[in-house]
Ligand binder design. Structure first.
Ligand SMILES: [Zn+2]
Ligand SMILES: [Zn+2]
Length: 332
């Protein structure tokens, strides 16, 4: 199978083994990673293969040894959990666990999904009744954003630039506003910029006016924090120029494999710019994401551009590849 095609197949209902839980998926969200896989293939998503990793649902069957979940429980989950055995887990760098990517589950665009024991034990959570299933499915993408902001100490009044108006850029916006930052966001699509304005952005700008607006908004200094949420090498490189002296660039968007970015060494050295790579999340980030969603601190509903049944799964991906909409919910 080639990128650009999706097929829905009937397979036998899986049976949960010891420690596993079978979940009936009620909502699964499209994600930038899925879109990359759909358009060009993805190193972390084998093809042909299952996909979909942001989901929520109802427990259908719990395997032997599962104590915290029973049939009928409403749950939300992420698709990975650390092994707790490798050198990186020993260093508590759980997002960098050597096994986290090859023990992940894909296949949330399905009626049912098996949650393996290591995820059941660390990252499967009970969905609070006030959250819809689609909202609950934001647990994973929001955990990634929480991870990227952890340790940055963004305070009230700090200036933040977000480059990219996809769902990840917009989640950064919601979280930065929650911390009290002044946020400017830039992206190519006017409609998404309008959504950003509606979500609380202090300033929206097309890339063509970016430099001029940075000068106005930061009195010529540049931003305290710049979040790169596009995964384009040229944007990775440019992000450094929008940061003030002593500022931090957060490189969130993964670029194509094998790409190389280059930087002005004087800028990094004499202006003491921090470049920070960001990957994935830890169980602590999942818990914080859970709390933000459950407490209604982050309102994600306007990031969902529509709902589709599983049979029409190609439609939202075609829309996303044309830049239409932000995230779609598949309701199997
Ligand atoms: Zn995702
Ligand atoms: Zn590990």
């Amino acid at each position: 199978m080639q990128p650009g095609t999706v097929e829905v197949k009937d397979i036998p209902t899986p049976k949960p083994a010891f420690g596993e839980v079978l979940v009936r998926v009620l909502a699964a969200l499209t994600c930038g990673t899925d879109l990359k896989a759909f358009v060009r293939g993805h190193p972390m998503i084998p093809m042909p293969g299952l996909f979909g990793h942001e989901f929520s649902g109802i427990v259908e069957e719990a395997g032997i040894g599962v104590r915290s979940f029973k049939p009928g429980d409403e749950v939300m989950s992420v698709h990975t959990a650390p092994c707790q055995e490798c050198p990186y887990c020993a260093m508590k760098l759980y997002n960098l666990c050597e096994n986290i990517m090859h023990t992940k589950i894909l296949g949330a665009f399905a009626e049912q999904i098996i949650i393996p024991q290591h995820i059941v034990m660390q990252n499967l959570l009970h969905k609070p009744p006030q959250l819809s299933f689609s909202e609950a499915a934001f647990l994973e993408p929001l955990a990634c954003v929480v991870h990227g902001m952890r340790g940055l100490n963004i305070k009230k009044g700090d200036s933040v630039l977000i480059i990219g108006t996809g769902s990840i850029g917009l989640l950064h916006l919601l979280l930065a506003k929650l911390k009290g930052a002044r946020v400017m966001i830039t992206g190519l699509e006017r409609e998404r910029l309008e959504t950003a304005r509606h979500l609380g952005a202090d300033k929206i700008t097309l890339p063509a006016q970016l430099v001029e607006n940075i000068a106005i908004l930061t009195a010529g200094l540049g931003f305290d924090y710049v979040f790169e949420c596009t995964g384009q090498v040229t944007v990775w490189e440019d992000a450094v120029n929008y940061t003030r002296r002593g500022g931090t660039v957060i490189l969130f968007g993964g670029c194509k494999q094998g790409t190389v970015a280059s930087y002005n060494t004087y800028r990094i050295h004499y202006d003491e710019i921090t470049l920070k790579g960001i990957f994935h999340f830890t169980p602590a980030d999942v818990k914080e994401s859970y709390k933000l969603l459950s407490d209604g601190m982050i309102n994600v509903t306007s990031l969902i551009s529509g709902n589709y049944p599983l049979e029409k799964i190609h439609e939202p991906f075609e829309k996303l590849s044309r830049g239409e909409g932000i995230k779609y919910a598949i309701m199997p």
